[in-house]
Design a protein around this ligand. Structure first.
Ligand code: KG4
Ligand code: ZN
Length: 333
């Protein structure tokens, strides 16, 4: 079965063709990073306009790379939320038009479920259940993946997403956008123990996250040094900040895995490409005999392979959308 996946929830216009849920025939991503760089973050209106300009060509290229035509496609899967509503609408409208014109089934995919599903593409033998940490620019969730279409949220951020905190601190340090990969790189040259930033736990029994405290702590720390005219090493700050965030992500996720007796922890979302997070989670989880897996970076950040994969499993459950499908900015799992 061939599924055409379409993703346009933020600043990547993406299309992919995936065979039987797990075999990638094409993966085309048109990133708008250069366009939004000068604003220091994604400008929703600018993102929507660029999606409109590029989506047809991106879909054509995905079919071409897969050596397929529209006739070969069995269903069209599209991200309908959560995300920027104007951006989502471009993908949703395109998918609806294609499904209608071609007489093919339409499948609505939840963006966060898509991020999790990237692990099934990257790890051929992976089967549910397992615990997954989804950490991206918009979300930070600990999810119990019960099966291919059922998910239980065990913990979530109460304020900022982990990626949002990375982006903000990178901006304060004058590194650029998007901040996650830049902090990741700079932190390799710094001392993670240089400054002890707070590791926040909301309540004793909760696996929820809060990253606004660590973000403010870093900003206040830098302001104080600047006011006193003191020099600081950006690499040390990047490494210490990253250490605080990854400590919390690892501790809560491992607790969740132990609670569910999960032998596997999967990472997903843009922050899952963070090298310190991958290494720390792998080391810490090994002490409890838990394996840590993650997709390659290209399947961690936004892409349409993950949407096609999620669409395949929804297809098997007969979960189809109709022409009333709309984009939804906030959508629970
Ligand atoms: O999954 P994604 O592409 O988009 C959302 O759904 O939000 O994630 C983008 C986020 C950005 O905040 C970016 O800074 C972060 O993922 N990110 C990273 C790394 N690569 C991307 N954060 C930390 N370390 C990285 N290596
Ligand atoms: Zn995403």
């Amino acid at each position: 079965m061939l599924i055409l996946g379409i993703e346009s929830s933020c600043d990547e216009t993406a299309a992919a063709v995936v065979k039987d849920g797990r075999e990638v025939l094409s993966n085309v991503i048109n990133t708008q990073i250069e366009l939004h760089k000068k604003f220091g973050g994604v400008v929703p209106e600018v993102a929507s306009r660029r999606h409109i300009e590029t989506i047809d060509a991106v879909i054509d290229e995905a079919l071409h790379e897969a050596n397929a035509t529209f006739n070969d496609i069995d269903a069209i899967a599209v991200t309908y939320g959560p995300g920027l509503v104007g951006a989502l609408l471009v993908g949703v409208s395109t998918a609806k038009a294609l499904a209608f014109a071609l007489g093919k089934p339409l499948i609505a995919v939840h963006h966060i479920k898509g991020h999790i599903m990237a692990n099934f593409v990257a790890h051929e033998k992976l089967e549910p259940p397992f615990v997954c940490l989804v950490a991206s620019g918009g979300h930070s969730h600990i999810v119990n993946v019960e099966d291919y279409t059922r998910f239980e949220i065990m913990g979530r951020t109460r304020d900022d997403a982990a990626g949002e905190a990375f982006d903000k601190i990178a901006r304060v340090l004058g590194l650029g956008y998007p901040g996650g990969p830049l902090i990741d790189k700079l932190a390799k040259e710094g001392n993670p123990n240089a400054v002890k930033f707070p590791r926040v736990r909301m309540d004793k029994d909760s696996l929820d996250f809060s990253f606004s405290g660590v973000k403010t702590a870093v900003i206040n720390y830098l302001h104080k040094l600047e006011q006193n005219g003191e020099e600081y090493d950006k690499a040390d700050i990047a490494a210490s900040f990253q250490d605080a965030v990854t400590d919390v992500l690892c501790e809560h996720t491992i607790e969740a895995a132990k609670e569910k007796r999960s032998r596997v922890i999967a990472l997903a979302g843009g922050v899952a490409s963070n090298s310190a997070l991958r290494a720390k989670m792998t080391d810490m989880a090994a002490k409890d005999g838990i394996d840590v897996i993650y997709p390659p970076p290209v399947l961690c950040t936004d892409n349409a392979v993950m949407i096609a994969c999620a669409g395949y499993y929804e297809y098997l459950e007969n979960n189809f959308a109709d022409m009333t499908l709309n984009a939804v900015a906030s959508l629970s799992l």
